[in-house]
Design a protein around this ligand. Sequence first.
Ligand code: NAD
Ligand code: GDU
Length: 315
Amino acid sequence: MRLLVTGGAGYIGSVTTAMLLDAGHDVTVLDDLSTGHRDAVPAGAAFVEANITEAGPVLATAAYDGVLHFAAKSLVGESVDAPAKYWGNNVAGSLALLDAVRAHNVPRFVFSSTAATYGDPVEVPIAETAETRPTNPYGASKLAVDHMIGSYAQAYGLAAVSLRYFNVAGAHAGLGERHTVETHLVPLVLQVAQGKRDHVSVYGTDWPTPDGTCIRDYIHIADLARAHLLALDAATPGVHEICNLGNGIGFSVREVIEACRRVTGHPIPAVDAPRRAGDPAVLVASADRARTLLGWKPEHPDLDRIVADAWSLLT
Ligand SMILES: NC(=O)c1ccc[n+]([C@@H]2O[C@H](COP(=O)([O-])OP(=O)(O)OC[C@H]3O[C@@H](n4cnc5c(N)ncnc54)[C@H](O)[C@@H]3O)[C@@H](O)[C@H]2O)c1
Ligand SMILES: O=c1ccn([C@@H]2O[C@H](COP(=O)(O)OP(=O)(O)O[C@H]3O[C@H](CO)[C@H](O)[C@H](O)[C@H]3O)[C@@H](O)[C@H]2O)c(=O)[nH]1
């Protein structure tokens, strides 16, 4: 297929691009490099440095079979302090992109949605049928785009899949997480092992969980990226599917730090800190829908393997 990947210079978009190229697809990456890196774009992909609002001219150059839309702002805290950036980039930007997709008759659309659309869950594991009550503008912006895509599928026959990622980590094809402003637990803990930080803060030790720290569902980037290829195949005209992507296994912050100690052999000092605003206690996915609809099955659910793959890029 001829595919446009927005955000392909970022962490998840670059790994997925590498996998799409391996599978024989023809890939153009469109990225404004606001948080991504030019050198993360795999060599076999064409590259256009542009905002998603400028995708139209690119889609006009050839008959594209699909768009995979990763480009977004995704810092929860920043979304609370600077919501305009989130409604602008994520919602208005995605609307412009969807309009270009419609204008150029691109049949397939795969979108990076998030567990943040659910907010604080009433029940875990979280299924796609759970209520969506985002607790911050980031999650709300992603949910708005999910709704937008649903209406485009219904009105214009777009074949669309929203993939709701839980906590993505690890590395694949020599590509890993490289955010200038890093907020994610695994890379921050590994920065301590690298000697780039003195310690990692544990945000909250009084959560209603067995060891008092938050529980998350960590998914290997390779498993996550692979689901996008399956989604392109499973997408049906006029239908908008939503699939959670996680392993269905929860690990606490302390368990993640312990896994990083095992893998790196570094003591990794951890300091107890207050809760981080907006964090739900437990986020664990039910990914049954991805299994049945996409035929997806995680190949690397082991936390130590996820951490080891991230670590191998740093050493
Ligand atoms: N990393 C996670 O754990 C996680 C979890 C859930 C959902 N997501 C979603 O997955 C997607 C990718 O996340 P990531 O961790 O790879 O982030 P990232 O910041 O590494 O990648 C995003 C890329 O999009 C580009 N970009 C941003 N706004 C743009 C715009 N308006 N026009 C063109 N390019 C733009 C950036 O330069 C960057 O290369 C995002 O949509 C994010 O919301 C990520
Ligand atoms: O230095 C840190 C960093 C994180 N944490 C904790 O570790 C857990 C995981 O935090 P991350 O920031 O790695 O991940 P989140 O669960 O907050 O974020 C995930 O969900 C978000 C929405 O809630 C976004 O979708 C985001 O992209 C996705 O990785 C949380 O309990 C957090 O409080 C710490 O204790 N110390």
